[in-house]
Design a protein around this ligand. Structure first.
Ligand SMILES: Cc1cc2nc3c(=O)[nH]c(=O)nc-3n(C[C@H](O)[C@H](O)[C@H](O)COP(=O)(O)OP(=O)(O)OC[C@H]3O[C@@H](n4cnc5c(N)ncnc54)[C@H](O)[C@@H]3O)c2cc1C
Length: 372
């Protein structure tokens, strides 16, 4: 058995940010990660300003080898039926997730046990036991005062903590394919296609001369069919020649925020990152993963040293991050408020009145698809 102050399940941005907060305050911290690090993750890899600021403040500047080429994303180019396309400015960095997360793991200074899957847990009044299995079949028990569940979008910890909430969630599947090919898709942009007939969220971009394509579909539909529809739509337009599939990644996603279906854990288990439901309208979740992970780490320290209730304190402290995520699903704040990662106000100002109406109508239609 291993004993520690804080055990963290998941070595993504939420888990690593939580670990960094714990280790800088001298807590014995262990991260458990089921995959071997570095691991790939279906993600476009755009760091919005909130993510960049949190990283540089708490981990240092993003290392050069984590960045893709080109490293900057200037805008989200929204393509609508009828050939309309508008740019929503972003000041983003494009990174590779396997490299970002490996860097964060190392920079967290926690003890990282990869290839170690948390299977079940038991919470008591003074701690939590995690029952884990390593990839070689070996069993491991980890005992800690507090657990931070940062196990991502389809969190097995949340499923065990709150089955009624999990049953109310609508699940989608995200499929990402990466191709080596020559194409004419403009780099430096995140191309988003508001074409619900293809899929909920078709997007494509160029990174290190590779074409990355993503679709999101309802669980009952076939992701590969949606990807075929998307390829039929896009490849003609951008003149693809000889595409070679390099990688295919998938994961489950849910949009809990517009329905207020969050789960922040129990008395000694603090749920952070996407596991808790923190994922905004554009599927951007790294900023809230880092922010909520930091809050969970800080709360762990304060509750251990000041004898406070970790669960109650966490639910108070996470409130602002929760509200921030919910606000992205409100088209009025999205279109008219400055300061969001995606500058819709500036994008709208570049259009004439007729275009603004078409754009707003299309955006609203797409938002309603998400809410439904
Ligand atoms: C297609 C797609 C594109 C996206 N693009 C962007 C983007 O451009 N920018 C952005 O900010 N966000 C993006 N997101 C969202 C972003 O990827 C997530 O919100 C973010 O990774 C959440 O971080 P996390 O630390 O909460 O979870 P994750 O990054 O998912 O990490 C969870 C970790 O927990 C591990 N784990 C799970 N279960 C166990 C277990 N039982 N035991 C041990 N380990 C376990 C997993 O292996 C994983 O490493 C995208 C998502 C998708 C699906």
């Amino acid at each position: 058995m291993i004993e520690c102050d804080v055990a963290i399940v998941g070595a993504g941005p939420a888990g690593c940010a939580a670990a960094r907060e714990c280790t800088r305050r001298g807590l014995k911290t262990i991260i458990l990660e089921k995959k071997r690090i570095p691991r790939h993750k279906a993600c476009s890899g755009i760091l919005v300003p909130d993510s960049i600021n949190t990283l540089s403040e708490h981990f240092g500047n993003v290392p050069q080898d984590v960045l893709a080429v080109p490293p900057h994303v200037n805008a989200m180019r929204m393509h609508f039926p009828g050939g309309h396309a508008w740019d929503i400015p972003i000041h983003g960095l494009m990174i590779w997730r396997d490299r970002l997360d490996a860097w964060l793991c190392k920079a967290s200074h926690a003890e990282v046990l990869d290839e170690t899957k948390m299977k079940s847990f038991a919470e008591s009044t003074d701690g939590v036991d995690l029952f884990c299995v390593k990839s070689n079949g070996e069993r491991l028990r980890v005992r800690s005062q507090i657990v931070i569940a940062a196990d991502g979008g389809s969190s097995s910890m949340v499923k065990q903590i709150d089955p009624p909430l999990t049953a109310r969630l609508t699940w989608y599947v995200a499929l990402q394919e990466t191709y080596a090919c020559r194409c004419h898709l403009e780099p430096g942009f995140f191309h988003f296609f508001a074409f619900p007939k293809i899929s909920l969220y078709p997007s494509a971009y160029v990174k290190d001369d590779l074409l990355v394509m993503e679709v999101v579909i309802k669980l009952k539909d076939k992701a590969t069919l949606a990807m075929t529809r998307f390829k039929e739509h896009l490849w003609k337009q951008i003149g693809i020649e000889q595409a070679r599939l390099i990688r295919r990644l998938g994961c489950r996603v849910t949009y809990a925020a517009p329905r207020g279906l969050f789960s922040f854990g129990t008395e000694r288990i603090l749920v952070s990152g996407e596991a808790s439901g923190l994922l905004n309208l554009f599927g951007e979740g790294i900023s809230s993963a880092l922010a909520s992970g930091r809050i969970a780490g800080r709360v762990s320290f304060n509750s251990i040293h000041q004898g406070m209730s970790p669960g109650r304190l966490y639910r108070q402290e996470i409130e602002a991050e929760k509200r921030k995520t919910i606000s992205t699903f409100n088209y009025k704040t999205l279109l008219f408020r400055e300061g969001s990662a995606f500058n819709f106000k500036k994008g709208l100002q570049a259009l004439d009145w007729k275009e603004r109406v078409i754009f707003s109508r299309n955006l609203l239609k797409w938002l309603l698809t998400l809410k439904g």
